[in-house]
Write a new protein. Structure first.
Length: 287
């Protein structure tokens, strides 16, 4: 079998065209959707992520503000900026790029962002809403994975799904979203005794580990749908996922590539959350 590719770049481009229209419609009504991004330190990967997020905002007609702090920044200064942005009606989303330097309590920083502007979906209020199936901001990466499954017409209801990884950013919210969509979900992690045994039963596999090519074709059920969240940089500078694309695509029915899969969808869902926040403000104003 040769798997069909779920093209994240194509889906992202399609969704972003709609965003541009929505942002323009809101601007006509006096609201310019705006995302504020806070970057602390000089981590090269974080700088690239922030640059890409800001460029994506600009292309979709979403205003962006960038606030940069040095590696030795005082957490009080960053918390002060967050308080200021929380109070600013013209800002609809606030994002603090992770990881933060050691002197920061990352949880406290994320909790300081008002839940109504928490477009990353990491605030406890939004996490709780997701767990209870109530409306709130959904973390961008797992939300992007769900959009990819939807776009490919994957039947999630009733499927056996295995999520590899249990981080707050990807694994846990991914498992909740699949559960809500009607899948029977197993979450595997570093203490899982026999990963391959779980994978062999899975109709849907989401790999979010951070280990290059650890999921190989022989571990998969024939016809499985494979979503590869992992982004790993190899010694030759190339990127690869957590799934061994060559062997997995011989067994799977659908697969997401790395790069060009989940990555572009993560940024797309950030834009979606920012627009959702701005539209909420517009609705409240019209009520
Ligand atoms: P974390 O390091 O926070 O979590 C990794 C998870 O993998 C942990 O739950 C860990 O288990 C589990 N794990 C580690 N080793 C194994 C193993 N041998 N078998 C099974 N599970 C294992 O990573 P993130 O969730 O933040 O990110 C995961 C990957 O996704 C990374 O490559 C990251 O770069 C990428 N990523 C990609 C994004 C995108 O836009 N495409 C966005 C965010 C992340 P335990 O909890 O027991 O330690």
């Amino acid at each position: 079998m040769s798997a069909r590719i779920i093209d994240g770049n194509a889906l992202a481009a399609q969704m972003r065209t709609d965003f541009t229209t929505r942002a323009a419609a809101m601007a006509q009504q006096g609201i310019t959707p705006c995302l504020a991004v806070i970057l602390v330190g000089s981590d090269p990967a974080s700088q690239v992520y922030v640059r890409n997020k800001i460029a994506a905002c600009e292309k979709s007609g979403i205003k962006s503000l960038k606030f940069e702090y040095p590696q030795d920044a005082n957490p009080a200064d960053v918390l002060g900026k967050i308080a200021e942005l929380n109070a600013d009606q013209s800002v609809h989303g606030i994002l603090v790029q992770l990881p933060l330097p050691r002197q920061f309590d990352a949880d406290a920083v994320l909790e300081a962002i008002h839940a109504s502007k928490d477009v990353d979906g990491f605030h406890a209020e939004n996490v709780g809403a997701l767990a209870q199936g109530r409306p709130g901001f959904i973390p961008c990466t797992p939300n992007g994975c769900m959009e990819m499954l939807k776009s490919a017409g994957v039947q999630v209801k009733g499927a056996e799904a295995v999520v590899i990884g249990r981080s707050n950013i990807v694994g846990k919210p991914m498992a909740l979203l699949l559960l809500q969509a009607g899948a029977t979900v197993t979450v595997c992690h570093s203490q899982t005794r026999d990963l391959a045994e779980h994978l062999r039963r899975a109709d849907i596999v989401v790999a979010a580990v951070g280990k290059p090519r650890m999921v190989t074709g022989d571990m998969l059920k024939p016809g499985a749908v494979v979503v590869d969240v992992g982004i790993n940089r190899l010694d030759d500078g190339k990127l690869c996922g957590d799934v061994d694309f060559a062997s997995a695509s011989e067994v799977a029915s659908l697969i997401t590539p790395v790069p060009g899969g989940v990555g572009p969808m993560t940024i797309t869902m950030l834009l979606a959350n920012t627009l959702q926040s701005a539209e909420r403000q517009l609705k409240a104003r019209q009520a």
